[in-house]
Design a protein around this ligand. Structure first.
Ligand SMILES: [Zn+2]
Length: 489
């Protein structure tokens, strides 16, 4: 009898192992097979000098001082016109809002829907006190050790100048796009996009423009960042998370601290916040994260491949592993961050009011309303007043992976970054492209930067720099992407 049970168990185990093995090795690669593009002849040193020449132009945007840096933006506009004469002779250029730029490169096929490439002119300042942590002057436009150094080299003058270089080359070779191409270059992306991208969207709407697809800055070519993947992963952002801050307040009777009540405002608020933090919003490997891991699994090796190819069996385990790292946890769910807490101003007085702020980053599929309902329930205290911050935004819609836009970006990546695999991904930060979701169903977020783990902190951080060898690839990427729009996919 025992023998028979053991035999039965062994058979079940064997079947399970067989199923896992079959799933692992039979899941086909989803990578597009295309030949490498012939290497574009670019004078990359001259191009790097043009980019470095824009680094000293301090196009820093500010939320409050709206026009403070207008002169710097004017300088950048003049510099672009001087450095890219053919672009400026061929494309129509409009200054929109204050200093945002819209270029129109009219296509040969009036029936074809236009496309838009985006990049932003503005950048973040150097955080006070961090200047010394830079190995070069962040605004000198230094070229050293094969890199262009300085604030904006990656975010986002790198993209903007690479697009300009590509178009200058294309015009020089007699190329005409089939689809009209818009270049959208906001001047306040880092502080909202309300003064740059939004008026451009309104202008295009007033002209009845519908876009076939949009490509903005976004996810990167990650090298050695994803465990189990030896090849670089070029991730194309299909969506970006929403932003939701709620202000909480709790009023109680103030009093003398010599006779405190059992429950103070501070104690009640703290208990509610602790409950909230202990109750994350539900999540898992689904939606965009599911598509990403499903696409990457066949490209992986070892246990990572086995685990990700068999989520029917390993889902709970893999999810709990991913939840341990804040960056991968952010791909799986709407995150909850306690950001402000405030109460009391004298050591012997019980405050009558305790306040707090909570910031959520909202996963596509959740909404501002569902987050607020979760918040109310998790706090577990109806006496707490909840007020939504007026600047909250819903998550973006999720763009498809079978559209002409996704296929074009994917193809150009595979043609130029021949060692990389392509997968869809989720942007956990905001870009100007979120304002364009009313103009197109196909909005993608990808920056052709090669980055290793240590480079991630250079965005908005110290020692921002762009490898000149990578810059050559970036120029070729946009060149290839635009060339591909001339012929049907
Ligand atoms: Zn940016």
């Amino acid at each position: 009898m025992i023998k028979r049970v053991l035999l039965g168990l062994l058979l079940v185990l064997l079947a399970l192992v067989a199923a896992v093995a079959v799933n692992t090795w039979r899941t086909p690669s989803r990578q597009l097979a295309v030949p490498a593009a012939p290497k574009l002849s670019v004078d990359v040193d001259a191009a790097a000098k043009r980019l470095a020449g824009a680094i000293p132009i301090r196009t820093i945007s500010s939320l409050d001082d709206i026009a403070g840096n207008n002169a710097e933006f004017d300088k950048l506009h003049a510099y672009l016109a001087q450095q890219f004469p053919q672009v400026h002779a061929t494309l129509k250029r409009e200054v929109v809002g204050q200093k945002a730029l819209l270029y129109t490169w009219t296509g040969s096929d009036p029936a074809a829907k236009p496309i838009a490439l985006m990049a932003h002119q503005d950048m973040v300042p150097i955080a006070p006190g961090t200047e010394k942590a830079w190995s070069v002057d962040p605004f000198a436009g230094v070229i050293k050790d094969g890199y262009v150094w300085g604030r904006g080299a990656l975010d986002n003058k790198g993209n903007l100048f690479a697009q300009m270089e590509a178009i200058e080359l294309l015009i020089g070779s007699g190329f005409k796009p089939r689809q009209t191409v818009y270049l959208v270059m906001g001047d306040d992306e880092e502080v909202s996009g309300l003064r740059g991208a939004v008026p451009i969207v309104e202008l295009l709407k007033s002209r009845n423009v519908r876009l076939d697809w949009v490509l903005d800055e976004g996810l990167l070519v990650l090298d050695g960042v994803l465990p189990g993947l030896s090849k670089p992963a070029a991730l194309i952002g299909l969506a970006e998370k929403g932003y939701a801050t709620f202000f909480l307040s709790l009023d109680t009777a103030p009093g003398h601290s010599s006779m405190p009540p059992a429950r103070s405002a501070i104690g009640s608020m703290s208990a509610a916040l602790a409950r909230l933090e202990a109750t994350p919003m539900p999540g898992g490997i689904q939606g965009v994260a599911g598509e990403m891991f499903g696409t990457l699994a066949p490209e992986m090796s070892g246990m990572n491949r086995v685990m990700l190819s068999n989520l029917w069996l390993t889902g709970a385990l893999v999810t709990s592993q991913l939840e341990k790292s804040p960056s991968s946890n952010a791909m799986l769910r709407t995150t909850t961050a306690l950001t402000i807490v405030r109460a009391g101003n004298k050591d012997n007085v019980l405050p009558g009011r305790a306040e707090a702020a909570v910031n959520f980053r909202v996963l596509p599929g959740d909404s501002l309303a569902s987050v607020e309902a979760h918040l109310r329930k998790a706090l577990g205290n109806d006496a707490i007043q909840i007020k939504a911050y007026p600047g909250n935004s819903e998550p973006s819609p999720v763009s498809p992976t079978d559209s002409a836009g996704y296929l074009a970006v994917q193809k150009a990546v595979r043609e130029v970054f021949t060692d990389a695999v392509v997968a869809p991904g989720l942007m956990t930060a905001a870009t100007d492209s979120r304002h364009f979701t009313g103009l197109s169903d196909s909005v993608y977020r990808f920056s052709p930067f090669r980055v290793k783990n240590e480079d991630l902190a250079r965005f908005h951080g110290n020692n921002e720099r762009l490898a000149i060898s990578n810059y050559a690839e970036m120029i070729q990427f946009y060149h290839q992407l635009l060339r591909n729009t001339a012929q049907p996919q």
